[in-house]
Design a protein around this ligand. Structure first.
Ligand SMILES: Nc1ncnc2c1ncn2[C@@H]1O[C@H](COP(=O)(O)OP(=O)(O)OP(=O)(O)O)[C@@H](O)[C@H]1O
Ligand SMILES: [Mg+2]
Length: 507
């Protein structure tokens, strides 16, 4: 058999940040027609390696070598990397929100006519073709801001495609995609493989990784720990152990909680649709939540789960609906009033409303408990560090210290800080919207345990997640949304993936 050609070689790459060694002597090859997954815990160094490959970190800022088809590359900027044939889809989407879809796809390479004006016909044609290849039904003339996160993701991929790359890097591309869209992406990547585009794929969803990858490389604490090939077969237990450096005992806690009386009643909620003017995404929804209960809000994408939580929390307007806390009606019309009433919300979109980028880890965590920390007009620093430190270790947050600026943390570790921020408050009711998105498997187990502990202490939780196994693993009860109303309710004993999905899709 002919030896596969090496497209890319990473040789002995070491990358340091102040206080952290993000990569230590990492050497990996990428072959022609190959999908290579790079996996590892939050903060393992995956994105850092990809940012080196895409020229975000110039060659003078790391040690080691990058070779493409045997040639040494010294990227100064992302443009150099792009000219060498590398296209990258970043973990945090980087689109120009107020430009159109077509403009975004062709950004930086808008074609010109003979007389030097922008050739809009070609722009539109190229953009349409790229989206068509992705089987994406998106209007190229609308602004990117008006698209859902998953559509925005597809625009990013289309943008990478028009650059006709040799190597495509996808850093957690499916964290915002639905199951069908993920399925679609898997097919697209398989097609790319036939077209001799090699892919580097990063994801925390291990089932996807096992399905799509020809080879898997595991990073831990910046070092390459092992590689596995499809031919040898993937043993998830071994791979996870390599990732987290220990055995994962249990994924889901044993649920032995006792649920109390009804604490929250939501009645006849109606919420306008975020994109479709004049329509409602929630038509008429009522449900109850008990003390110490973990309630799973189930529904397909677009069923309005997040909108419902946001509307109850006062973060988006509702058309009508009442909220009762311990039988007393409360008027919640802003997140501030919600917090005063004892509600917390961990948002789905961490970048937009999750944290303050210029502040440290500990300050971000304690934002919600400032009143508690306040002594006269000062913040009790010792108390702050004590509480923040506790969650820092409980959630295994990876950062040089509590004083690190949050923007310097890896994506998953930022998410952990946001969760900590809400979990350390003395709230009665917490809404968790996709709390484990982008979080590694070891920490997921830690978060499930934390949710269980909170509920056991009498805190009530409503959780939204697109991963049904996770909901089934932690929730006491399930409310299924579909077509703007409650389709069904299930107790823990009666719920399975199939019953929930059936109810959600109303079949
Ligand atoms: N700009 C920066 N300044 C300082 N430290 C950084 C910076 N970027 C990353 N780091 C650190 O380097 C390490 C590797 O981070 P990286 O983003 O590569 O992790 P990752 O594997 O992509 O994690 P995740 O799964 O959470 O996205 C982390 O400890 C992180 O805190
Ligand atoms: Mg990352």
């Amino acid at each position: 058999m002919k030896q596969a050609e090496k497209v890319l070689s990473v040789r002995d790459v070491t990358k340091r940040f102040l206080g952290t060694v993000a990569l230590k002597n990492v050497s990996i090859d990428l072959y022609e027609n190959e999908i290579l997954s790079v996996i590892g815990e939050n903060g393992a160094g995956k994105s850092t390696l990809m940012k080196i490959l895409s020229g975000i970190y110039p060659y003078s800022e790391y040690e080691g070598e990058i070779l493409i088809e045997g040639e040494r590359c010294k990227f100064q900027t992302p443009i150099d990397s792009e000219s060498a044939g590398i296209a990258m889809i970043y973990q945090e989407l980087n689109l120009e929100m107020d430009l159109t879809v077509a403009e975004n796809i062709l950004l930086g390479r808008l074609p010109l006519t003979k007389i030097g004006t922008i050739d809009w016909k070609t722009v539109r044609q190229t953009a349409s073709e790229a989206l068509h290849r992705l089987h994406a039904n998106i209007d190229i003339n609308v602004t990117v801001r008006s698209l859902s996160p998953s559509m925005q993701q597809l625009v990013c991929i289309a943008r990478a495609l028009v650059r006709k790359p040799k190597i495509l890097i996808l850093d957690e591309p499916t964290s915002v995609l639905t199951e069908t869209e993920t399925e679609n992406l898997m097919e697209i990547l398989n097609e790319f493989r036939k077209e001799k585009i090699s892919c580097i794929y990063i994801s925390h969803k291990l089932d996807e990784v096992f399905r799509i990858s020809d080879r898997i490389a595991v990073l831990r604490d910046g070092e390459l720990i092992s590689t596995y090939t499809r031919q040898e077969g993937y043993d998830s237990r071994l791979v996870i152990e390599d990732m987290i450096g220990r055995e994962l005992e249990v994924m889901y806690p044993k649920i032995d909680r006792v649920v109390g009386e009804t604490i929250l009643k939501v009645e006849h909620f109606k919420v306008p649709h975020p994109f479709a003017y004049g329509k409602n995404i929630i038509e008429d929804v009522s449900f109850e939540l008990r003390k110490g209960e973990v309630l799973g809000l189930v529904g397909l994408v677009g069923s309005g789960r997040s909108e419902l939580l946001n509307a109850i929390f006062g973060a988006i307007p509702k058309s009508s609906g009442k909220v009762f806390l311990n039988e007393v009606e409360v008027n919640i019309n802003s997140p501030q009033t919600a917090k005063k009433a004892g509600f917390g919300l961990v948002t789905e979109d961490r970048k937009r409303n999750g944290f303050i980028g210029t502040m440290s880890v500990s300050h971000n965590m304690t934002l919600t408990i400032l009143d508690f920390l306040r002594q006269f007009i000062f913040i009790n620093k010792r108390k702050e560090n004590h509480i923040a430190g506790e969650f820092f270790s409980k959630l295994r947050i990876k950062a040089p210290g509590l004083d690190t600026i949050i923007t310097n943390l890896s994506g998953g570790n930022q998410q952990k800080v946001i969760i900590a921020k809400w979990l350390m408050t003395n709230l009665n009711i917490i809404f968790l919207d996709e709390p484990t998105r982008g979080i590694d498997v070891g920490t997921k187990a830690d978060i499930y345990k934390l949710i269980h502990d909170l509920a056991s202490k009498g805190i009530s939780i409503i959780m939204v997640s697109s991963e049904l196994p996770e909901l089934l693993g932690v929730c006491d009860r399930f409310v299924v949304l579909g077509k703007g109303v409650v389709q069904a309710e299930f107790g823990r004993e009666d719920a399975t993936e199939i019953t929930l999905l059936r109810a959600a899709s109303n079949t």
